[in-house]
Write a protein that binds this ligand. Structure first.
Ligand SMILES: Cc1cc2nc3c(=O)[nH]c(=O)nc-3n(C[C@H](O)[C@H](O)[C@H](O)COP(=O)(O)OP(=O)(O)OC[C@H]3O[C@@H](n4cnc5c(N)ncnc54)[C@H](O)[C@@H]3O)c2cc1C
Length: 411
């Protein structure tokens, strides 16, 4: 006990310790530091941004809401829309004719976020694997092993440690996710390949192409792109086998070189009602804050980090780090994002129930703009559109509406 209190005196103390220095953690660190808090942001990786586990697509709307001005060094390809391909090859184009987003160089983007966080006053440390977090009198104790072994003390922790998070569990908050709510993704960054329309992202659908997912080609120039696939993690067969099979059939892609491989899991469901407990806020993939249809999580992670930082600042004002105060994060997050993501989840369930013939029928019946509406979470408008457009396909209407009218969809 005496030894413990002596050690306690030597522990470096911070207001907040952020575990995970990727998009969620770096944004949280920056915003917390800007609010005058003393912040330490830790990551077990040896380099910020590396390895990337990402198709690197982000919408301009997210960047605007985050007040992040696209920089040439990381916003490498403007995106004006998408081309969707049905199993029978039918292409549906959604071209907004103006920049709607970017394919970024995520390694550079994360370093850019790290610079911003550091400039705001946060301390970032890599090669710092957090192995234990526990509550102690007056806050939490965070133990780090690896190259920089230390024990720190803080009033609270932000768990931004990604889809395989362990930090929330260490503080007693269960964030379990079912295998059906995880996608397994693999991607090759490829060069010297041939494809059309580099200002569009390209997505291929079908149960033979990617069960419960899609193959994507996100251009990073005219002959360079991220080519990847996401499939349900519970589905038999490896994501790599699906990707290789898809590439094998395309001579323009097959002839290119793979310059990077990355893979990872993506939480595409399992939204958490509670993402806080005493001294703890969970942000990003660790809190399953991902769009269940397209698997994009960068923008949501950063926007959620902003909410977390505001709630944490309030906790410091009140000097109360209990769940009673931090619960405000859950309330704001569900109001701003959760309800809509829940509706999008119903659309994911609906898409999962479709066979290849259904995909073909949808591609034949809807325009690109209408498909955008269907995936947006606007359920009332979607229902009307489905009934109108698929009037001659009553079975498909029934399948699609079953999910959109379920009680979960209307929460
Ligand atoms: C193949 C694939 C393609 C994707 N494509 C896109 C896309 O195009 N657009 C998009 O928006 N999203 C995409 N995503 C999802 C996106 O990458 C995630 O949503 C995003 O990275 C979430 O950020 P995060 O900061 O919450 O977690 P992560 O990026 O997973 O970061 C977690 C960090 O925590 C660190 N960490 C974990 N445990 C510890 C520990 N104990 N101690 C210290 N550090 C720890 C990790 O090293 C890591 O740096 C894709 C995901 C995959 C797998």
């Amino acid at each position: 006990m005496l030894l413990y209190s002596l050690l306690g005196d030597f522990m470096q103390e911070y207001d907040v310790i952020v575990v995970g220095s990727s998009v969620a953690g770096l944004r949280a660190a920056e915003q917390l530091a800007k609010k005058g808090l003393n912040v330490l942001c830790l990551d077990k990786k040896q380099e910020i941004g590396v390895p990337k586990q990402c198709g690197e697509g982000i919408s301009l709307n997210h960047l605007r809401r985050l007040h992040i001005k696209p920089q040439r060094c990381w916003a490498v390809q403007k995106i004006k829309g998408a081309a969707l391909y049905a199993p029978n090859g039918k292409k549906v184009e959604i071209d907004f004719g103006k920049t709607m987003g970017f394919v970024i160089e995520r390694k550079v983007f994360e370093k850019y976020l790290a610079k911003k966080a550091s400039k705001a006053g946060a301390t970032i440390k890599v090669r710092s694997n957090v192995t234990s977090v526990k509550r102690i009198k007056g806050g939490v104790e965070v133990r780090v092993s690896d190259l920089f072994s230390e024990t720190y003390k803080a009033k609270m922790v932000f768990a931004c440690d990604g889809p395989q998070s362990s930090i929330a569990n260490m503080l007693g908050l269960s964030i379990k996710i079912k295998p059906e709510d995880l996608d397994s993704g693999i991607q090759y960054e490829m060069t010297n390949i041939e494809f059309e329309q580099p200002e569009l992202i390209h997505l291929w659908f079908g149960n033979n192409v990617a069960p419960r997912g899609y193959v994507w080609l996100f251009p990073k120039g005219k002959d360079h792109a991220n080519v990847g696939v996401g499939i349900g993690a519970h589905i038999k067969g490896s994501a790599k086998a699906y990707l290789d099979k898809w590439i094998e059939k395309r001579s323009g892609i097959k002839k290119g070189s793979i310059v990077e491989v990355n893979s990872g899991v993506i939480p595409v469901g399992g939204l958490l009602e509670k993402m806080t407990s005493d001294n703890l806020i969970v942000v990003g993939d660790a809190a399953h804050q991902v769009n269940p249809i397209h698997g994009g999580g960068m923008g949501l992670a950063m926007e959620s980090a902003d909410i977390g930082a505001s709630v944490a600042a309030k906790a410091f004002e009140e000097n109360d780090f209990s769940n009673k105060v931090l619960d405000e994060y859950n309330r704001i997050w569900w109001e701003k994002y959760g309800k809509r993501l829940m509706r999008i989840l119903q659309i994911r369930y609906m898409v999962e129930s479709l066979n290849d013939k259904d995909f073909n029928a949808i591609a034949e019946s809807f325009t690109g703009e209408e498909i955008m509406l269907l995936q947006s979470g606007e359920l009332a408008k979607s229902k009307k559109l489905i009934v109108k457009k698929l009037i001659k396909k009553p079975r498909l209407v029934k399948v699609m509406l079953r999910y959109l009218t379920s009680s979960n969809a209307n929460k």
